[in-house]
Design a protein around this ligand. Sequence first.
Ligand code: MN
Length: 485
Amino acid sequence: MCMTEFYEPEIRDLFTKATYLSDDDKILVERAFHFAKKAHIGQTRNNGEPYFNHVFATASNLAELRMDADTISAGMLHDTIEDCEVTYDQLQKEFNDDVAFLVESVTKLSKLKYQGVERHVESLRKFFVAAAQDLRVVIIKLADRLHNISTLEHVRLEKRERIALETIELHARLADRLGIGRLKGELEDFAFPHAFPAGYAEVKKILKTRKQDDEAHVEKMFRSLKRKLADEKIVNTIEYRTKHLYSLYLKLKRYDMDINKIYDLIALRVIVKNVDDCYKVLGLMHRVWRPIPGRIKDYIAVPKPNGYQSLHTTIFTGDGSTVEVQIRTQEMHDEAELGVASHLNYKEIGKNKSPIIKRSLAWTQQLLEWQKNVSEPSEFMERLKKDFMEQRVFIMTPKGEVVDLPLGASPIDFAYAIHSDIGSHTTGAKVNGKLVSLSIELKNGDIVEIETKIKGSPSRKWLEYVKTADARRHIQHYFEDKKNV
Ligand code: MN
C-alpha cells in the first residue's frame, strides 16, 4: 500500500506540491508538522484562526519554491522557539542540526530591539549576516512574510502601510536579488494596495480598458498554437500570464500611464524540451503570425546580464492586438521563476557553479563586509538604498565578466568595482569600443574597457558623478591623504 494514504489531508496537499521529496524527507516534514501543531495548540492569529495555519502556510510556500526537507520542516517550526518555549537543543534532538540552526537563525532575525530607522537598519544587518551564513534562512523569512502580507487586512490599519512598504522595499528586493522572480512578484502584489492605494486604484481602472479584450485574443491564439505544437509533436507546456500589477504600475509610470505603450501586459509562455525546440517554435509562430520588427530577441544566444534566457517575440494576433511570446526550456523557466531556490535543494551550494548562486553569494559577502564600516543608521540606509536596493545595471568587462552596479553608475564606478588600483589610475574609458567621457551613465549590458596610466590619479570632479559608496570613499581618502602629506 502507498504510504501517502496514511497522511492527513493537509500534509498530503503539501506533498503534492513537493513531489521531489524522498520517503525519508516526507517522514521528517511530517514530524515537523505534528510537532508544530502540538506546540502552537491554543494559540490564535489576529483573525481568530489557529496560529498553526500560519506556520503551515509558510512551509507550503517553501514547498512551492521546491526547497529541501530541512527547510520546509524549519518553515513549519519557525515560530516554536519564539512562541512556544521550544529550545535549540530540543529541535536538534527531535530533528537534526540543520533544522535547529535554521529555526534559531530565523528567530534571531525577527528579534529587534530598536524602533524607527534604527530598527530598519538592525533588521537589514541581521538579514545580511543570515544570508551570508545560509541563504535558506532568508528564503524562510521571505516565505513567512509572503503569508503575513497576504493576510494583512487582519492587521491594525495604522500598521499596514509600514509593513506593506517594508515588504516592497526590503523583502521583494531581496527576492529579486536572489533571482526568485515569482516570490518578488507575489510579495509586491500583496503589498501594493496597502502601500500605494491611489496608484493601485488607478492601475485597476486602466487595466479594465484593455485586459478583457486582450485576454480573449490571447485565449484564441493559445488554443490555435497548442494544436499546431501537438501536430508538430513538440512536447510542451503553454501558459499565459498577466503582468504582475505592481511591476505594471512601475512601467506605466515610465510611459505616462499610457497602457498602449505596454507590450507585455499579457505574455504567452511556451516551455519546451530543449533549445532546438525553442527555435523551432519561434519559426513556426513567425510563419503563422506576423512579428513586430525590432521586438524579436534571442536571449538564449545572448543571455541578459543577469543570466535570464528565453526567446522573445511580439506578434500581431490578427484581430488588432499584439501579444508577447516567451519561448524557453524548463531549466530556463525554473531559473527565471525560482532563481537561487532552484539550486538549493541538494546541499551542494558550495560546489554550485550556477551564475545566480555565485552572484548571490558574492553579493551577500559584499554586504556583510560593507555594513561593518558604516555605523550611523541614517548613513547606512542612504548608502544601502543607493548601492544595493536600487535598480541595478549589469556591466561587462571585455572578457565577459559581469560587474553589478547601481543605476546611473559611471565608468569610474566600474573601474573602482574591478579594483581600487584600477580606479585610482583611470585616465579614460571605452564603452562598446568607443571612447567616452568618464561622466556618462552606463547602460545595462555595456562592455566597458578602462584605460589606466601609472601617473593617472583621481580628480575632484569624479565626486560629482560617482554613484557607489566604494568609489566615493576611495576618492575622498586620496584627497585626505594628499592634504596630510
Ligand atoms: Mn512567522
